[in-house]
Ligand binder design. Structure first.
Ligand SMILES: NC(=O)c1ccc[n+]([C@@H]2O[C@H](COP(=O)([O-])OP(=O)(O)OC[C@H]3O[C@@H](n4cnc5c(N)ncnc54)[C@H](O)[C@@H]3O)[C@@H](O)[C@H]2O)c1
Length: 271
């Protein structure tokens, strides 16, 4: 049975790990490594996975090593792994933004198989989106297996170039936060209008869910769904005019460009 080592017990690795276990992956074939105990212990208690403070112990256990530390720590962690344990036959899966395959292989000190995966946190609930790009050193079997892991927590898209990983960051990796920010702003206004925090949350979350479901369950263009809410001269038109006149579309484009630019900058400056 395939064994996985999650290096880092943070938000993203935690989301993938929990998503995998929720989808039936045997937790006894997963180990999570994190220097401090509380996060890895919490994942272990909740999902039944093994845990350790030692990256080396975790890597020795597994066939696939999921690198889920902050980008500026990836090189250091890879160097530690490469110098302190045998890594032949392991496949490295990095979820880090702004950290290239070349940089990872350099830190591993060899042309080991590396797959870059750019997931997002809804993976935790099986609603993730992941872009994948594999180095030429990755076998067909390793590609297939990694695709299977990520498919069990959401939809996947194989990318043609590594540069497209940065595009995926802008479109889906960072994007849950765009929607959260919009929802936060709506919740704050609902509170200002007199609803309680809980009422405001319920109103906003159900509306967001309903809107997403309408997009998913319709063949209509999203713009048509918007038009269907917008009566001529009505309340929605008044609200949308404020958003459009305020430059919302340009702002969204600029925000996505900023994510893209930052990802490139991080890779160029080694984070
Ligand atoms: N959060 C997201 O939405 C998201 C989405 C896509 C990709 N990513 C990528 O995932 C990676 C992790 O981001 P995150 O948001 O989960 O961060 P995080 O801070 O939540 O998690 C990082 C974890 O790594 C642990 N850690 C620190 N040093 C370590 C070491 N030497 N060995 C092992 N573990 C160590 C930390 O204790 C922490 O638990 C980043 O590279 C980021 O670019 C994150």
């Amino acid at each position: 049975m395939t064994k996985l080592a999650f290096i880092g017990a943070g938000n993203m690795n935690g989301a993938i790990l929990s998503g995998l276990v929720n989808k039936g992956f045997n937790p006894q074939n997963i180990i999570v490594a994190n220097p401090s105990a509380p996060k890895r212990e919490a994942l272990s208690e909740q999902y039944g996975v093994l845990h350790t403070s030692s990256n080396i112990e975790a890597v020795a256990f597994a066939d696939y090593v999921i690198l889920g530390v902050k980008p500026h720590l990836i090189a250091q962690v890879c160097q530690e792994i490469a110098t302190e344990t045998a890594i032949e036959n392991k496949c490295f899966v990095s979820v880090a933004a702004g950290c290239t395959i070349e940089q990872i292989q350099q830190a591993l000190n060899g042309q080991y198989p590396v797959i870059r995966v750019m997931p997002n946190t809804p993976s935790q609930l099986g609603y993730g989106v992941s872009g994948l790009y594999a180095s030429i050193d990755v076998s067909e079997n390793q590609k297939q297996q990694t695709a299977e892991f990520m498919k069990s927590v959401g939809i996947i898209k194989w990318l043609n170039t590594e540069a497209e990983i940065d595009h995926i960051i802008a479109v889906s990796g960072s994007a849950p936060a765009y929607f959260f920010l919009f929802m936060e702003a709506m919740q704050n206004k609902a509170i200002a209008l007199g609803f309680t925090e809980q009422e405001s949350r319920e109103l906003v979350q159900q509306t967001a869910l309903g809107a997403a479901q309408m997009v998913i369950n319709n063949d209509l263009p999203i713009s048509q769904l918007r038009k269907n809410v917008t009566s001529k001269g009505g309340t929605t038109q008044a609200a949308l005019t404020t958003l459009i006149d305020g430059g919302l579309e340009q702002l969204v484009t600029n925000a996505m460009d900023s994510a893209l630019h930052r990802a490139k900058e991080m890779a160029e400056n080694s984070n």
